[in-house]
Ligand binder design. Structure first.
Ligand code: PEP
Length: 247
């Protein structure tokens, strides 16, 4: 009943020239039931729209400002993303949390700003290796989610997506096993079910962290894994399309 979603996160990669081939290949190659999206760097949103508009592939951004407008040099508002036809905005990606100081409170404000502009926020959560080894994965992920629930309420998640991305698996080639991922996905869904069984049942929870063509099917086969957030492998059309087909 939940349509799977596979979203590419290009991170800070690409150029007008190289994007063109990738966007066309994804647009023309996507088949199958899963919804597909690409989250591109801000300057390439117009290019993504030009190639993908009218296709089945959505596009989005990798971050969004928590502010609506004003003297916030370098920031990009949710309304601006909506102007460029974005459907999605990632919020709280671990690289934003670790390298750019996005706290739980900032992430909650970004989530609310995205929703207000009609975007679908993709709330990224996940524990570090030290936190997993300390046995506090559940607490960390719950804290990250609770900050957003406290600010926006559970109903907001009827129009949102959650991505579970263990930090130790992002860009490392080290993937959570399907059982490890499923355990956390089930915990996340149970957290939402405490507030609303309906929202929990409809919520898409993506897995991210070194998803590749050769491990996607097993991950996506888990009962609470509703697709993936794909970094490195989303930059190679054949790999990304194989992952989309596995969903
Ligand atoms: C990501 O950037 O969200 C990600 C999951 O990266 P990778 O697939 O490269 O681990």
């Amino acid at each position: 009943m939940r349509t799977k979603l596979v979203a590419g996160n290009w991170k800070m990669h690409g150029s007008l020239a190289t994007n063109l081939g990738l966007l066309h290949a994804v647009r023309d190659g996507v088949k199958g039931p899963a919804e597909v999206a690409v989250c591109v760097p801000y300057p390439y949103l117009a290019q993504a729209r030009a190639v993908l508009d009218g296709s089945g592939v959505a596009w989005g951004a990798q971050d969004v400002s928590e502010h609506a407008q004003g003297a916030w040099t370098g920031e990009v508002s949710a309304a601006m993303l909506a102007d460029f036809g974005c459907r999605y905005a990632l919020v709280g990606h671990s690289e934003r949390r670790s390298f750019f100081g996005d706290t739980d409170a900032v992430v909650a404000a970004k989530f609310a700003a995205a929703l207000k502009a009609g975007l679908t926020p993709v709330l990224c959560v996940g524990e570090s290796l030290a936190e997993r080894e300390a046995g506090v994965t559940g607490e960390v992920v719950t804290r990250q989610i609770d900050a957003v629930l406290a600010n926006s309420g559970v109903a907001a998640f009827a129009n949102a997506v959650v991505a579970y991305e263990p930090v130790w698996a992002i860009g490392t080639g080290r993937t959570a096993s399907p059982a490890q991922a499923q355990e956390v996905h089930a915990l996340i869904r149970a957290r939402f079910a405490r507030d609303s069984a309906d929202v929990a049942a409809g919520l898409r929870i993506l897995y991210g962290g070194s998803v590749k063509a050769n491990n996607a099917a097993e991950l996506f086969g888990q009962i609470d894994i509703d697709g993936g957030l794909i970094g490195g492998a989303s930059l190679v059309a054949a790999d990304f399309l194989a992952i989309c087909s596995a969903a």
